[in-house]
Design a protein around this ligand. Sequence first.
Ligand SMILES: NC(=O)c1ccc[n+]([C@@H]2O[C@H](COP(=O)([O-])OP(=O)(O)OC[C@H]3O[C@@H](n4cnc5c(N)ncnc54)[C@H](OP(=O)(O)O)[C@@H]3O)[C@@H](O)[C@H]2O)c1
Length: 279
Amino acid sequence: MKIIIAGGSGFVGQALEKELLAQQHHVEIISRKTHGNWDSAEGLDPNFILEADVVINLAGAGIADRRWSAERKSEIIQSRVQTTQKWVNLLQRNSRPITFIQASAVGYYGSEIHLPPADEETSPGNDFLSEVCVKWEAPLSSLSNPNVRWCITRFGVVTDAGGGALKKMLPLFRLGFGSAVAPGKQWMNPVSLESVVNVLIQLIHHPEYSGVFNVVQPQNYTAEGFAKQLGRKLNRPVWFPKVPAWLMRLIFGEMADVLVKGRKVKSKRLPSSWFIHPF
Ligand SMILES: NC(=O)c1ccc[n+]([C@@H]2O[C@H](COP(=O)([O-])OP(=O)(O)OC[C@H]3O[C@@H](n4cnc5c(N)ncnc54)[C@H](OP(=O)(O)O)[C@@H]3O)[C@@H](O)[C@H]2O)c1
């Protein structure tokens, strides 16, 4: 198959590309480095897209790369809305069958710890990340071309020893100084990188699947539960006091919500056999 991964130069895209190439697919990565600015139309060759069987759009400015100033918040939203809208405009004119998989996040459901678990039918929350996800996904509502099968994949926290949040946590845990962020009861909704890659590939190969999917491991963890499980896996004690939420807020400002809060999210629409456990 001919598969385009937009925003494919990052953590998820690189792992996905490797697996797709191993399965003998033809893969094209679209990145600002090689294809120019997403704000212009340059780099997006309509002929290439006409020949593609699948487009996976992962592009967007990093959520936790920098403090959320007003300017950064706007970049986080615009980098997602503009790229998604661009794909929707291109796909709307497509005359061949094509699968479009659009990344989103479980932040869609808000981050209140005490709300009931969310599944794919749950309404959006009302914090910044909910706003990001709602606006990110909105362009797909105007995608009416019957040639396009579309899926939205709302990822949990993607974990892998080689990247993302887990890579940052591992050195402290290996030294025996691992701990959770207080209060510890916030839900973390991890999903292993292997699971994410497998789910995306399974969605490509199962045309009967379309619409919105939560991509989280069947087993949820609180931040405290995840820290304990990681300590067990590494054979290290987790005795260090929880990192105070006020300290996280002092360092990261509003962005600390990503660590301090978290709603439990379940995947109701995907088979549990598609997930590969992180531990
Ligand atoms: N990793 C997670 O735990 C997680 C959880 C939930 C949702 N997600 C979402 O899933 C997607 C893939 O995740 P990831 O971890 O692979 O992200 P990543 O490593 O940050 O990669 C995202 C890609 O987006 C592109 N990008 C960055 N800034 C951009 C901008 N201003 N405009 C357009 N493109 C930009 C980058 O490509 P170039 O710089 O080469 O253009 C990069 O390859 C992201 O949209 C992310 O928000 C990830």
